[in-house]
Design a protein around this ligand. Structure first.
Ligand code: SAH
Ligand code: SF4
Ligand code: F3S
Length: 444
């Protein structure tokens, strides 16, 4: 084959990923699926033969972003009629045909549980809009993960969907019912990742600690037991997981934090609000006090654990007193960092249609929450100075000879280390803190 013929055979795929880590994982699996069809990834949208937008529906802003990005693709498609444009992910699931109606330039719409059928859709052997929740499991149909060397830190989805139905949340509708992948499949995927150079795995699920299933020993396993099995994989140094619901922090999982050195001292445990009234209205099914007691038990097991969280500000019915309780809870727990969002009413969710609060009230509350969280984040980062921490190098830093990696507590750390490679797990003494990162020196 001549070079020209090779070039023609290779098609280029551009993927843009919005939303959570589960979408990041899905985008990788979509790239692998299309890779089996001869597509290679490109970073340059302009040279793509196919553009896939893997979308998020969690807040209105996230969903609307899709339509502005699609609008910007119009000139590209006009100049390149063969260009295929696909919308995947949670907006695809939630809005389906509506997307094609609003944006006729879209060729394919595929949901988070159907993207294994992308190649058939592209060949016209499957409908161009595929958003039903299939009986079959996409994981049974995806190609083997490609035998390339991988970055030192990887995601692995172990659990899909959610049955919790928090009043504000679209996930149970966009991702479907809660399903745990079989332990054997997860372990096989984890071993494969490690064999290809991965040293840190983050287990993913919207309710990841609700994972359960039959283990290799034929017994019913919970998430803590799964982590123990994964920790036995030779060459795997670090395990993380996200995101967890407080009500699924089983004893076995808390004990895993006590017993398993590879399980990093970091826990993202969304609280959403510090007010019992609001927690109830949100259908979170726990109180502030229960959350505090849970944190106590987790800290008994792993005293240095860094807690992070999510908060929704301005949920319908939130009073000044409810807001004050949120601030009080944040002070009491002390978070390493946390995301806080203005409540966004989502179609189809139970809270949709409840009276919302005036924008200026919500803005002011959000600012207060964010200022407090920012102070806490800075204090935690400052407290790292002088400590020696494990850092897993992921890539070269901004300066020559510099590497950047994550500490045990997930802080990005910049280190001068001219002889180091991505994948090196080193001991670093933290010498300085910046706004969102740390600087450290190699410990001899
Ligand atoms: N499964 C996770 C959260 C997934 S969504 C959990 O149970 O905590 C990620 C975060 O987005 C949520 O924790 C919440 O803080 C925020 N979020 C979800 N729906 C939202 C909405 N309608 N408006 C504003 N923020 C929202
Ligand atoms: Fe959404 Fe609640 Fe499920 Fe989290 S637990 S994904 S917030 S419904
Ligand atoms: Fe968004 Fe879907 Fe994740 S709505 S947060 S991409 S599960």
């Amino acid at each position: 084959m001549t070079q020209d013929a090779t070039d023609q055979a290779v098609k280029k795929l551009f993927i843009k990923t919005y939303g959570c880590q589960m979408n990041v994982y899905d985008s990788q699996r979509m790239a692998e699926t299309m890779g089996a069809e001869g597509y290679v990834l490109t970073e340059d949208q302009a040279e793509a033969d196919m553009v896939l937008l893997n979308t998020c529906h969690i807040r209105e802003k996230a969903a609307e972003k899709l339509y502005s990005d699609l609008g910007r693709l119009r000139p590209l498609k006009a100049g390149k009629p063969d260009l295929k444009i696909g919308v995947a992910g949670c907006v695809a699931q939630a809005e389906g045909e509506e997307i094609v109606r609003r944006m006729p330039l879209v060729d394919l719409v595929v949901g988070p549980q159907t993207y294994h059928r992308l190649p058939q859709m592209l060949r016209g052997e499957a409908p161009r809009i595929l958003t039903e929740f299939p009986e079959e499991d996409k994981f049974d149909h995806l190609p083997e993960r490609r035998a390339t060397r991988r970055a030192p830190a990887a995601f692995l989805t172990v659990q899909e969907g959610c049955d919790k139905f928090c009043a504000f949340c679209v996930v149970p509708y966009t991702r479907g019912a809660e399903v745990s992948r079989p332990a054997e499949r997860i372990l096989a995927e984890a071993r494969d990742l490690v064999a290809r150079g991965v040293r840190e795995i983050t287990l993913l699920g919207q309710n990841v600690n609700g994972w359960h299933g039959q283990g290799a020993d034929g017994r019913e396993w919970g998430f803590g037991r799964l982590i123990r099995a994964i920790a036995e994989i030779d060459g795997l140094d670090r395990i993380r997981y996200t995101t967890s619901h407080p009500n699924d922090m089983a004893r076995d999982l808390i004990e895993a934090h006590r017993d398993i050195p590879a399980l990093m001292p970091y826990l993202h445990l969304p609280l959403q609000s510090g007010s019992d009234r609001i927690l109830k209205a949100m259908n979170r099914k726990h109180t502030a006090e229960q959350y505090l007691r849970l944190i106590d038990r987790i800290k008994d097991a792993r005293p240095d654990i860094l807690l992070t969280s999510d908060f929704i500000v301005g949920f319908p019915g939130e009073t000044d007193e409810d807001h004050a309780q949120t601030l009080r809870m944040i002070r009491q727990v002390g978070f390493g960092t946390a995301f806080s969002f203005k409540y966004s009413p989502r179609p189809g969710t139970p809270a949709h249609g409840r009276a919302t609060l005036p924008d200026d009230v919500v803005d002011a509350r959000l600012q207060e929450v964010q200022a407090l969280l920012q102070d806490q984040q800075q204090a935690v980062q400052d407290s790292m100075v002088g400590r020696t921490l494990g850092v897993l190098f992921e890539k070269a830093g901004r300066l020559p000879g510099q590497m950047v990696g994550k500490s045990d507590y997930l802080h990005p750390v910049f280190v001068e280390a001219p002889d180091a490679q991505p994948g090196d797990l080193v001991q670093v003494r933290i010498v300085e803190t910046a706004r969102n990162s740390l600087r450290g020196e190699l410990v001899a």
